[in-house]
Design a protein around this ligand. Sequence first.
Ligand code: CO
Length: 179
Amino acid sequence: MARLKIHLYGDPVLREPAEDVTEFDKALETLAADMVQTMFDADGIGLAAPQVGLSKRFLVIGIPTGEDAKTRKVLAMANPEIVDESDELEIYEEGCLSIPGITEEVERPADVTVRYQNLKGEEVTLEAHGVMARVIQHEMDHLDGVLFVDRISPLKKTLLRGRLKRLQEEGAEPTSKRA
Ligand code: CO
C-alpha cells in the first residue's frame, strides 16, 4: 500500500466538482487501500479522492468503533448521494486533512441516508447517525469542491483569513511533509 500526497487548502483540485466513478476494477481497489492507509497515517477519519489529487466521486471513511483504540469501521463509497436527511441539525467541531491546524463548529443535518456504490459497483443504502453522518457529509462536500470553512459564519471566516492565506501559500510549495 502506498501513502498518497494530501493536497492542501489553496490547491485548485479541492475546488473542482469531481467526476463519477465508472470503472469498478483493481485500480479502484488499490486506490481505496492507498487512501485508507493515507487516512490512518494522517490520523484522519475520512478522506475524499480530490484530497489526494484525484477528481473522482470517491471517498473512504474510518471511524473508531469504541471497542478498543485500534478497531475502526472502514467504508469506501463511490458516487454517493444523500437520499434523505433529518430536519434536526447538529453542531459538531470539524477539521480537515487538507486544512491542517484549523477546526470550527459546523451545523449540518444530524442523520442522513446515503446511497452509494461499493468497490464492486453494487448499490448500497446506508442510514447514518452521529459521527458517521457527519463524516459522510463532510467528505461528500469535497466531491463538489466545498470545504468546511465555506460553511462557517462570515465573521468566523474573516477571523481565519490570515491563517488560511498562510496555509494557501505554504500549500502551494512542492515540498509537502507528506509528499
Ligand atoms: Co476534509
